[in-house]
Design a protein around this ligand. Sequence first.
Ligand code: NAD
Ligand code: MG
Length: 393
Amino acid sequence: MQRITILGATGSIGVSTLDVLARHPDKYKVYALTAHSRVDELAAQCEQFRPARAVVGTAAAADQLSALLRAKGLRTEVEFGEAALCAVAASADTDTVMAAIVGAAGLAPTLAAARAGKKILLANKEALVMSGQLFMDAVHESRATLLPIDSEHNAIFQSLPQSYARSPKGAGVAKILLTASGGPFLARAVETLDAVTPEQACKHPNWVMGRKISVDSATMMNKGLEVIEAHWLFGAPASQIEVVIHPQSVIHSMVSYVDGSVIAELGHPDMRTPIAHALAFPERIESGVGQLDLTAIGTLQFEKPDYKRFPCLALAFEALEAGGTAPALLNAANEVAVQAFLEHRIGFRDIDRVIARVMHENDHGAASSIEAVMAQDARARGAAEAIVAGTRQ
Ligand code: NAD
Ligand code: MG
């Protein structure tokens, strides 16, 4: 029995993970579930999966959850706050941690799981973007197992040899081809992008996801974060990572080898496939996702990304090249700008303007410690909030 902690159980990835787990009660047992504020949903999940522990964001939410669980006659222990998140991620009573909190809030518990040598199923790409080298060092020092959940990185992982040892050198890899759908605004006239609404931005053509990553997909910052994620996961320099727009999202990414071979993973755009893959690795389990019928799809298209349409993608490459805490700066400015856009405080094209200004007006030093990264994160958030406050929609 694998004992699982799900950080961010009420989110899109959390719910898909529970969907897969429910299909295999003989193989997996839920140890802990966490959510920020959606207490009713977490209570329903606790009733179905009977975890030993549940964690929420605040004392008030914990009281609310405790009352709901008591009324159902459940004995799940209820805690709140970051220290409790870290404790359920690092507990000796859990084997596997699904890291599915969105944004920088996921860094501390994901890192706690890494330091405790857990099997980590990584959806929370922001944690890796912020702390790349430090996070990978923690994984290697404690012999944790890191398996990518992001569909592209899971596809790349599946397309690399199992003996792959942290670098494209020696494995005959020429390039990692990271596919991108292009999001909802791939074909929209660039001059009209300023006028798009959060609702339009969150309407992804292929994937159903949380609101933050949906906006990131519309700006293509999501692909930018994924370039940085691929750099750390697979030890590839920026020059060996190429973004290819593929609007159908059937090919989830590819690896191109020096002999001309290209290996890809294909499937329906449904996160239960990479989740099931990582849960069962190196075995395979049923995920609830149907078989792919290529004849029903008919055509697969590819094109180069346009950096004028998607300046966030260029900013992410710039942050990766700059190194140090530059990716943490990029990530924090993006989180603030996306939230401001979702709250109608700035327009869609202000997102890249805010990030560019934060990146170009602030120094980025070495990412020498997690404390240094978190300090940079806080500085960048302050700078981004000030720019947002001065931006009229
Ligand atoms: P979501 O918004 O649907 O869910 C986020 C989860 O995090 C919720 O359970 C929420 O309670 C929790 N959370 C939010 N803020 C928190 C905080 N401050 N402290 C503690 N918990 C907090 O997001 P999602 O779409 O499931 O994405 C989760 C992560 O997975 C993101 O990093 C995203 O980039 C990544 N990801 C998602 C998908 C997808 O298909 N949804 C695909 C690839 C990668
Ligand atoms: Mg992805």
